[in-house]
Design a protein around this ligand. Structure first.
Ligand code: FAD
Ligand code: NAD
Length: 480
């Protein structure tokens, strides 16, 4: 009889990479277990990792609440809707966020049961001979071993700490702390104007906090297309986000009530006094103690596990996916890697096209892109055409009072194949997905131009941008 602790697959980590991998493995008929050690603030185990507990979902819940509050105070009067003495109940806003995350994390638990994925709540450590040592959470700490033919490492990442502003989760917090403020800070300094800084900065700015972002680089959002990034910078500045580029934090000191943050901007030494500091300077892979000392797993100098295009590590039967391996730290990237590994294990053919990986910043307006930017095409000497269409000429956006932004399509100068799509505007994330599908099918701008779009819809802006690639947009003046 097979040992109850012997599996076809053991996954370590139940974030969006690991739990998706485990479910797909089980669907494919593999005897699967998942080891996970996430504990919430009450000390209870929760599935879903960073994304569901302190990442994608709670941040979007707060973005939604704060956006409603902002619009009520600043935009609804234009519709003729008058409100007086509005106030936000932070406790209720947080309770709503917590309820949503709880619903989703317990949903994964139901999915594990339905798919017969065995859950081992504890810390998993890779041993030699494809064994995993599990140290259970809680009082019962006696470790035990699991045997597995295949092991998938999916232990995710954690916030980077910098010595000039060490996180103490009171006054100097990481993203988890900034998702849980119990009152609205008067002044918030954010170190790092990347995706977390912009999303969480937007939340608190909309609720009335004076937000100052200190960004070390001279360029704003360097991974985005320059046209889109410069428009985003303008909108965020108009909303009151004070983004200081080329600002290097040199020290911070915590006083009785406030914190002084010193930084260097160009050659000048400056300082600001704030109530709270959010450090959002990137994340680092979670590989501490993940494997025993005699396991010769290859990791690079920054802590990422070395994998090939199929997420295979240097140890046969051991795979790694999600934030602990190369590529952008995005939930959907980890999930797709998880599915691809499950298929590989059963011998199915898989191919992950990382060139067509969408990215979204969930600010207002939203920023979303896929494929290459104009600056990359220029650098790589790839000939291209571009079509741009503004939401200001889109009827649905006007009716929604959300007509800021534009759609930009880049296609190959000779073949017209779509090379990149860059959007800033309302529901950019949803519109972008059409471009992702078109690119996955190697579509051209002409393909998008020939589709019939319902009117009025925000997606018509994508249609018009596709028409603009060949100077035939209808609702904009084309280049001569
Ligand atoms: P994780 O989600 O980090 O999960 C890893 C799991 O492994 C955790 O449960 C951890 O406790 C467990 N673990 C670690 N070590 C061990 C061990 N040795 N034994 C057992 N268990 C272990 N991405 C997006 O795509 N869209 C977004 O909108 C988005 N918003 C974000 C907002 C914030 C504030 C943050 C912080 C991140 C956001 N991300 C977003 C990034 C996203 O959360 C990560 O890319 C994603 O969670 C990575 O998934 P993962 O499964 O690799 O790791
Ligand atoms: P990030 O890499 O997006 O941004 C970090 C920023 O901090 C960069 O602009 C960097 O130049 C700056 N920086 C680094 N060191 C600094 C210093 N000492 N002083 C000042 N600035 C400094 O990282 P993040 O915002 O922390 O997010 C972490 C990860 O989480 C990202 O990889 C992102 O993909 C993921 N995430 C995704 C989403 C989304 O998909 N919507 C949302 C949140 C987080």
């Amino acid at each position: 009889m097979a040992n109850k602790n012997t599996y076809d697959v053991v996954v370590i980590g139940a974030g969006p990479a690991g739990y998706v991998a485990a479910i797909r493995c089980a669907q494919l008929g593999l005897k699967t277990a998942c080891v996970d050690n996430w504990l919430d603030e009450k000390g209870e185990h929760q599935l879903g990792g960073t994304c569901l507990n302190v990442g994608c979902i709670p941040s979007k819940a707060l973005l939604e609440s704060s956006e409603h509050y902002y619009r009520l105070n600043h935009e609804f009067s234009e519709h003729g809707i008058k409100a007086q003495n509005t106030r936000i109940d932070i406790n209720q806003m947080m309770a709503r966020k917590n309820k949503i995350t709880k619903q989703l994390t317990s949903g994964i638990s139901t999915l594990f049961q339905a798919n017969k994925v065995d859950l081992h709540c504890g810390f998993g450590q890779l041993q030699t001979n494809n064994q995993i040592q599990v140290t259970p959470l809680g009082k019962m700490t006696k470790s035990y071993l699991l045997n597995a033919e295949n092991i998938i490492l999916a232990t995710g990442s954690k916030p980077l700490n910098i010595p000039v502003a060490p996180i103490n989760n009171e006054k100097i917090v990481d993203s988890t702390g900034a998702l849980n403020f119990s009152s609205i800070p008067k002044r918030l300094a954010i170190i790092g104007a990347g995706i977390i800084g912009l999303e969480l900065g937007s939340v608190w700015n909309r609720l009335g906090t004076k937000v100052i972002l200190l960004e070390a680089q001279d360029e704003f959002l360097p991974i985005a297309d320059r046209l889109i990034a410069s428009e985003a910078f303008r909108h965020f500045s108009n909303q009151g986000l004070d983004i200081r580029l080329g600002a290097r934090v040199t020290s911070s000191s915590i006083g009785a009530k406030q914190i002084t943050v010193s930084y260097q901007e160009k050659s000048e030494q400056k300082r600001i006094v704030v109530d709270r500091v959010l450090v959002s300077v990137g994340r680092t892979p979670h590989t501490k103690d993940l494997f025993a000392a005699d396991v010769e797993l290859l990791i690079d100098e920054t802590g990422f596990i070395d994998v090939d295009q199929y997420c295979r590590t240097n140890i046969p039967g051991v795979y790694a996916i999600g934030d602990i391996v190369r590529g952008p730290m995005l939930a959907h990237k980890g999930s797709e890697e998880g599915i691809a590994v499950a298929e590989t294990i059963v011998g199915n053919k898989t191919q992950l096209n990382m060139d067509i990986l969408p990215s979204v910043v969930y600010t207002t307006p939203e920023i979303a892109w896929v494929g290459k930017t104009e600056q990359v095409l220029l650098k790589e000497d790839i000939p291209f055409k571009s079509g741009i269409f503004p939401f200001a000429a889109n009827g649905r956006a006007k009716a929604m009072n959300a007509d800021s932004g534009q759609v930009k399509i880049l296609s190959h100068a000779k073949t017209d194949k779509i090379l990149g799509v860059h959007i800033i505007g309302p529901f950019a994330s949803e519109i972008l997905q059409q471009a992702v599908i078109a690119m996955e099918f190697e579509g051209s701008a002409e393909d998008l131009a020939r589709c019939i779009y319902s009117h009025p819809s925000l997606s018509e802006a994508l249609h018009e941008a596709a028409l603009a690639v060949d100077n035939r947009a209808i609702h904009a003046i084309n280049r001569v």
